[in-house]
Design a protein around this ligand. Sequence first.
Ligand code: COA
Ligand code: AMP
Length: 628
Amino acid sequence: MPGGMTYDDAYAAWQRDPQAWWASLADGITWENRWDKVFDPSQGPYGSWFTGGSLNTCYNCIDRHVAAGRGGQPALIWDSAMTGRIENFSYAEMQTRTAKFAGALAQLGVDRGDRVVIYLPMVPEAAVAMLACARLGAIHSVVFGGFAAAELASRIADAKPKVIVSASCGLEPGRVIQYKPLLDAAIGLSSHKPDACLILQREQSPCALTPGRDHDLREAEAAGKPMDCVTVAATDPLYILYTSGTTGRPKGVVRDNGGHAVALWNSMQMIYGADAGDVYWAASDVGWVVGHSYIVYAPLLRGCTTIIYEGKPVGTPDAGAFWRVIAQHGVKVLFTAPTAMRAIKQQDPEGKLLGAYDLSKFEALFLAGERCDPPTAIWAADLLQRPVVDHWWQTETGWAITSGFRQFGLFPFNPGAGGRPCPGYELHAVDDEGRALDRTESGNLCVRLPLPPGCAPTLWQNDDGYRSAYLADFPGWYRTGDAGVIDAGGDVSVMGRTDDIINVAGHRLSTGAMEEVLASHVDVAECAVVGAKDELKGQTPIGLVVLKAGVNRPEREICAELVSLVRERIGPVASFRDARVVPRLPKTRSGKILRGSIRRIADGESVPVPATIEDPAALDEVGRALAR
Ligand code: COA
Ligand code: AMP
């Protein structure tokens, strides 16, 4: 990309010739064979990028930096606030580890195209395992540690892994999470069984291995025969990442190799202003898309040093933890969720703890994962005296749809807005009939097809599911599922989802999935779950249930069971702590539950009585139940 470009120049250059734009950026990647077509509209639900090209993503993340003489540079820093340990891994060490780990997987029969489920806490082995899969051309599917056994089971059943990589335990403040019982339960529940499991024994709580199935991860890696990078097609899947859809069944978002490498490599400089040798930190979890893209792949593709942080923004040990990590490792750019900033702000509103640290290398804070409320963005900008950039994206896109761009000079600070469309995305608000609206009119945020490289080409073995979830409502567009508005200057504000997905502490969850769990309780006739505003987590779920006729057990007892049931089936990450009994749910005359009205009541808003409501008294009953 030519230097000295403005955002408008860059966006116009992409619009003039999208294929030439992406082809020139693809030179940042080392290809085994260059592509036949930059974009082939005939492959997949909306087309595919770099068809005919071949490469290896692990080679691009690790080996080529070693080959370029930078093997001694730190590739990955593991900073565990939970254990007090810090470990550094150079690019050369990562090459040895991923090659041997790939050997261990190959020894267990993993080959190109096979799936490997990774269920690990924030340890370096998570990145090593992901990269080892990429090295072999195997497809990883990482599952977030805060999910319960049933969620892990549904992912195992869908991905059908040959091997599962896991650990004896994870560490949360004040408690050790035993992973092994969760893993065993999930394998028991799943219709598909893996051939083998590799288990990382952590000293905080080692576990017994299941004979004939489990292997000690460290021993297997040490014995692994180093494997070279396997050449794969640009369009081959690199990974599957399951994310919440509108039902209980998670969607297997697929990422390809070629488009992903190009888009992520480019984003590091264009968006974040980070290049080889810089220390870049995404304080997220490898189980989320932010972790995939910006803890593992993008920083390593660019030759940066990345950080795996096992800890929280507060309580490990205090609200200065992020400033400590930035100072200690010389972090240039931090990417985290607004919730983390709200948590720090709550505990250290004046930012007194910041004073103890040298943040001279720190240049910018990027936020995503949920809407950032303006007071939090302003607080962070005032405290840090650095640009605070809100940018909007989703698991499906894999990188930002809208952002500020450090390469082009940032836009004026506009708290509450998420920047402007990245070159690659033609974004519009469209009405319910699929007509593009004028600027300043709110509507369904949609991207004109095709999506740029890096975005999900499909769902795992489910092209039709992809079409119906994202393409069918508005032909010619990708429906993001978010509502928002583009202002007169081009800044995009994302207001919230148009479906039943909620963001709790930056974690994407489905209220539909929670309703399925509540509805399975023997005493529940019907239910509704909505996301209500929460000072810290942005949103938290609240469940309203109608009990079956004749149930006369104490309501408090039933509600406690419902809370436990969601924790047991979905996991602690759902943060489902509030269920209330109502005599009936407010519905339209055609029987549709008025979830929007319930949510507004929960948020303390005054709610006009909808013209379509069957019985207005039901709204008052909800109000009374929520006021209890
Ligand atoms: N493994 C097991 N359990 C986990 C987990 C994991 N990887 N991650 C979270 N949990 C558990 C927590 O321990 C908590 O359990 P509890 O109900 O027993 O207290 C529950 O899931 C809810 O977690 P969370 O919503 O994260 O709340 P918290 O109180 O533990 O922490 C914050 C609050 C603000 C510190 C935390 O949400 C945070 O760091 N947020 C940053 C946002 C973020 O990283 N988002 C990722 C997307 S970018
Ligand atoms: P996930 O797939 O977990 O990344 O969640 C994606 C969803 O999070 C989006 O569809 C939005 O609803 C929300 N989201 C992510 N980033 C932002 C942002 N910067 N502003 C507003 N909402 C956001």
